[in-house]
Design a protein around this ligand. Structure first.
Ligand SMILES: [Zn+2]
Length: 204
């Protein structure tokens, strides 16, 4: 699997296009449909996975999935954020039509075309934070970054849940590559050390 990164103009959030055997998955929707189309090329889009309901990760979700004719996958808890701009931080942004959504449970495993996806609910930055492990690449949203962890002071954020989620990542998610919601991609090797540090920091 090859992962292409797009840095959006919305708080520099990342949108990823993961490609394999002529198919692709899109992770998050801060990039415009045209930006995404450039990375998709001639591949068949199998779905859009949302990591959480902040506007910088969801803004173009409906437009992107309309353009490519695919479904949106996310935790059901995302509805609360997406229906209320005060909870997704998008000023007037909201989504009210969920007919194109497929809601995922914690620890749900499913496949889309050639892609085997393992979804894990990882609250702490947001109640609806979902991480996706696909072919050794972990799409972590704003829970874990190459150089830090996500904020816990926004709506639905919780320091203790963040601690539990980091422990879950450390113990249960066997990734090689980290693809976070902001910043550059990282490796498991670097994150082993970071996770210990962050867990100790939050456990004080
Ligand atoms: Zn966020």
């Amino acid at each position: 699997m090859q992962t292409e990164q797009i840095v959006s103009s919305l708080l520099e959030s990342n949108t990823f296009v993961a490609k394999k055997s002529g198919e692709c998955l899109i992770v998050d929707a801060g990039a415009t449909p045209d930006q995404v189309a450039q990375k998709v090329g001639n591949d068949k889009v199998m779905g859009l996975l949302l990591t959480h309901g902040h506007y910088d990760h969801c803004f173009y979700a409906l437009e992107i999935t309309k353009k490519f004719g695919c479904k949106i996958f996310a935790s059901k808890k995302i509805v609360e954020n997406l229906t209320d701009p005060a909870k997704n931080y998008g000023e007037t942004f909201k989504i009210e039509d969920f007919s194109n959504f497929v809601f995922l449970e914690d620890k749900q495993e499913f496949s889309l075309g050639e892609f085997e996806i393992s979804a894990t609910l990882l609250p702490g930055h947001s109640k609806c934070s979902m991480g996706y492990l696909i072919d050794g690449t972990f799409f972590a949203g704003d829970v874990l970054f190459g150089q830090g962890i996500g904020r816990t002071d926004l709506y639905g954020g919780d320091k203790h849940e963040m601690l539990q989620s980091l422990i879950t990542i450390q113990n249960n998610i066997a990734f090689d590559i980290l693809a976070s919601g902001h910043g550059e991609m990282s490796t498991a090797e670097k994150q082993k050390r970071n996770l210990n540090l962050f867990i100790r920091f939050l456990s004080r």
